[in-house]
Design a binder for this molecule. Structure first.
Ligand SMILES: *Cc1c(COP(=O)(O)O)cnc(C)c1O
Length: 225
């Protein structure tokens, strides 16, 4: 049951916050609903999670339509978004978590009808299969984004490798936080960079301990026990 899963996840959020003296409401739980149908997504929303994330353009659009009765949902797009699909998706979402190239930024600029809240995805671990710019590219990338007034950099996003140890997770998430602080300290109007999107089912506790403000949890919420 979703409600049992949710109780466990909330408990772990609470415990992780307590470990480092953070307030529970400083972490937003995003339900990653990419593996379940609209019916089950409705159950997630009815259980009280109002932030949902998808990673495929067509599936997201279909789902948003099927969930039209729930206009209170905040929609997050967490996947690689092909440039030719930007125009379909970008005005339908509240947050985009995977900005990682200037070409993509230019396409968002061209298609957006309002300012889009974006996370810059950083490949902290250096895993080859991962999206994202390198940590070394970050400050130059942020500088270039100044040219796009339809993009607001609300924060940074990363993923830890699936097989990483707790120690490695701590290091990856801590590095992202240090990068975020560096950008934030620049006080750029277009890049407040106050948020950190990091932590999934297997590592959200570590991510919270390292400062995550948005965690993206799929399996742990939608699994059948
Ligand atoms: C699938 C996905 C998640 C959720 O992963 P789980 O391990 O199921 O919690 C989080 N973030 C991104 C970018 C994803 O693609």
């Amino acid at each position: 049951m979703i409600s049992d899963n949710l109780r466990e996840v909330r408990q772990e959020i609470q415990n992780s916050c307590a470990l480092v003296g953070r307030k529970e409401d400083s972490v937003t739980l995003i339900a990653v609903t990419k593996t379940v149908d609209s019916e089950k997504t409705k159950q997630v929303v009815q259980a009280g999670i109002l932030d949902c994330a998808e990673n495929r353009a067509e599936k997201f659009l279909e789902k948003k339509q099927e969930l039209a009765d729930f206009p209170q949902i905040t929609w997050h797009f967490i996947g690689n978004l092909q440039r030719r699909k930007v125009k379909l998706v970008i005005n339908e979402i509240d947050y985009f978590h995977a900005l990682d190239s200037l070409k993509l930024a230019a396409e968002i600029q061209k298609r957006a009808e309002h300012v889009i809240k974006c996370f810059v995805e950083v490949n902290v671990s250096g895993e080859e299969s991962k999206q994202g710019i390198t940590p070394a590219e970050l400050s130059g990338f942020i500088e270039e984004l100044k040219a796009f007034d339809r993009i607001q950099v609300v924060g940074l996003m990363t993923m830890a490798p699936a097989d990483s140890t707790k120690e490695q997770q701590h290091e990856i998430f801590r590095t992202l936080r240090q990068l975020q602080e560096k950008v934030r300290e620049c006080h750029l109007s277009y890049a407040p960079c106050t948020e950190l999107s990091m932590g999934m089912s297997n590592d959200f506790s570590v991510a919270i301990q390292e400062g995550a403000t948005f965690i993206r949890v799929g399996t742990a919420l939608v699994k059948d026990m």
